[in-house]
Design a protein. Sequence first.
Length: 166
Amino acid sequence: MADETITKRCPRCKIIKSTNEFSISRFNTAKDKLQTYCKLCHKIFRQTPQYRKRQKVYSKTKKGREIRLIACKKYYAKYPERLQAKNAIAYQIRYYGFPKPSTLMCVLCKKQAQEYHHYLGYTKEHWLDVRPVCKICHKKIHSSIVPSGLSEQPNTEQCKVVASQC
Ligand SMILES: [Zn+2]
Ligand SMILES: [Zn+2]
Ligand SMILES: [Zn+2]
């Protein structure tokens, strides 16, 4: 069971390694679909400014979504109750025929809505208290219109609009 045929030379460490030592790359157009560098070198390479710069270029293209997803995850790690509220809606849409925001009208500008805003906050009893809004209005709601007498504290009783997204 000699695996001599499936080896690849890593141009960085200059060692001929088994292809198991190389990760499969989705972006690589090479016919073996393997990353140029071996796993070990790639790990090191990922920490170089050169690689980071390349990532930045990527982020402006199709990588952008992925990057945003990570930012989104961080955001929800910080505000887990917002994720729960969002998930509750997603669940209703999926299984209980709750209308998709895209089928509704933004309550503010009357254009097509894109998301739901939790206008009563994110506590469990208000998970389904949402208003369809477009992304632009949603951003506006969270960035500027904070009801008077309301500090930055989310989830207070009279909280109609809570700082930040969703
Ligand atoms: Zn290597
Ligand atoms: Zn709108
Ligand atoms: Zn909102």
